[in-house]
Design a protein around this ligand. Structure first.
Ligand code: AMP
Length: 170
């Protein structure tokens, strides 16, 4: 199945010069969405992974069905003020300002092997922060999985040392 047919390029969104990869056609086509999840989940040996994590918000759309498919716990990384319990957090810089991800302190057991998932690998900043949070919480990153990689943005650089898998590379 050609998943590229379900990714829509939106020029100059959210600002001039950015070509936004819109995944809504894929999400709106169950056969394509199911195929993407099966391909992502099928890339990993089920025995080597203890949990699936993702950063809010679009990462959840892929991490949740992967967690169900792979029969692994799902660990959502949330923005500040969303989680009711004690948390570990990691603050990171964006192009403008900064952002912060939180995870419940008891969500990742010591040494847990965590697969981190997101929709798009652009500059890699979001995934690098998510990986830092896994490690701060006591886990080990076994891989970073993406539906889409935008190769020209060199997002692999801040993820040096991690195993990276992207279903579609542009
Ligand atoms: P990154 O620069 O890798 O930290 O990307 C941050 C987040 O922004 C990713 O998780 C994507 O969801 C989103 N993103 C960045 N660039 C694009 C793009 N060109 N199209 C769609 N989503 C994007």
């Amino acid at each position: 199945m050609d998943l590229r047919a379900y990714i829509r390029d939106v020029p100059d969104f959210p600002k001039p010069g950015i070509t936004f990869k819109d995944i809504m056609p894929l999400l709106g086509t169950p056969a394509a969405f199911a195929f993407a999840i099966a391909e992502l989940a099928g890339h990993y040996p089920v025995t080597g992974i203890d949990a699936i994590a993702a950063a809010e918000a679009r990462g959840f759309l892929f991490a949740a069905p992967m967690a169900l498919t792979m029969k692994k716990p799902l660990i959502p990384f949330r923005k500040p003020g969303k989680l009711p319990g004690a948390t570990h957090s990691f603050k990171y810089d964006l192009e403008y300002g900064s952002a912060e991800l939180h995870v419940h302190s008891d969500a990742i057991t010591a040494g847990a092997r965590v697969l981190v998932v997101d929709d798009v690998l652009a500059t890699g900043g979001t995934m690098a922060a998510a990986c830092q949070l896994v490690e701060r919480a006591g886990g080990t990153v076994v891989g970073c999985a993406f539906l889409i990689e935008l190769a020209s943005l060199n997002g692999r650089l801040p993820l040096a040392g991690y195993d990276i898998f992207s279903l579609l590379t542009y």
